[in-house]
Design a protein around this ligand. Sequence first.
Ligand code: R7I
Ligand code: MG
Ligand code: MG
Length: 346
Amino acid sequence: LSPPALCRFHGAMAGALLGDCIGGEFEGKELVRLQDVIGAVRALEEHRQEEGSLMYSDDTAMTRCVAQSLIIKQDFDEIDMAKRFAEEYKEQPDRGYGNGVIRVFKKLLNPNCNDVFKPAREQFKGKGSYGNGGAMRIAPIALAYPDVQDVKKFAKKNAEVTHASSLGYNGAILQALAVHHALQGELQKDNYLDYLIGEMQLLENDEKSLSDARDFQEFPYCSRLKKMKAFLTRRDVSKEEVVNELGNGIAAFESVPTAIYSFLRCMDPDPEIPENYNGLERTIIYSISLGGDTDTIATMAGAIAGAYYGKDNIPHSWWKSCEAYKDTDYFGEKLRDLYCSHLMSS
Ligand code: R7I
Ligand code: MG
Ligand code: MG
């Protein structure tokens, strides 16, 4: 068995960074015009933005922690992971973190904390967070493990350091599977979705998932993945429909499916997006144009598209505009080394 090409690992890390940095400007706006997003990327193409000047947010700050921990420990280590998240927050608290998760970091920073999963379990009156913070940072897990069972297991554990609600960590598992599968090569939309639906059906039928979902709707992930399948058979799906049916919010179930949809939809040209943009560029532009939690939806869509299309499809001018852009090559290379070493030992 041979590992995926290096350009896919580079692409996933760079795509995630682009989504966060370019999407950041639009975060929280409900109405984003496609023309404004295209205007923003044109500014990068025309070098109207200084090198490295688009700042990344908590999405990337945490993704970098995940990558660094995996690379240094050469495996998943929840204690090291939790420590990195908390230290990173302490050093740069103004990256735009969610309001709730800050309490987790503060508890993790207490030297008496000896169970790194406990602070997350105490969030939101013991229900745990359903925010998308577990999913937004998960790409490095998908890049480090060739075995899908490992991807699922460690995506869940990684998310559980901050997100104890199954609605939160199931989103992280779904996003990790979406990246992991896109990394493997050519894909057919229907098969890809059927595979994800199959995996989520198993997860969403466990007791805790059924009970956590009761406050919202039944099978929040599977129901959206199925809607998505119907959307993909139509050419006229409007932005309003996507936002209403799939969501564009800060909850994991209202953003992870939307990121996956953006990637799949943008495999085909879009009459409203100029033809000179490739599938990866289209994915970033489209996912931001949906408004809402734009940095996070675009970082997740960007990671999937980057894993699929590879770094050759990432425009140099976009990439170079992002803060710490050079690091994505380092992370991609080291994570692929780890992927290969796991492949050899299996
Ligand atoms: O999930 P999280 O890390 O936030 C990530 C988001 C991304 O958009 C980033 O770009 C950044 O902007 O933040 O942080 P949490 O604080 O765990 O969850 C985010 C928000 O979701 C919380 O601040 C709450 O508003 C909401 N939320 C909940 N509200 C009520 N009850 C999450 N879980 C609950 C809940 O159980
Ligand atoms: Mg953010
Ligand atoms: Mg966000």
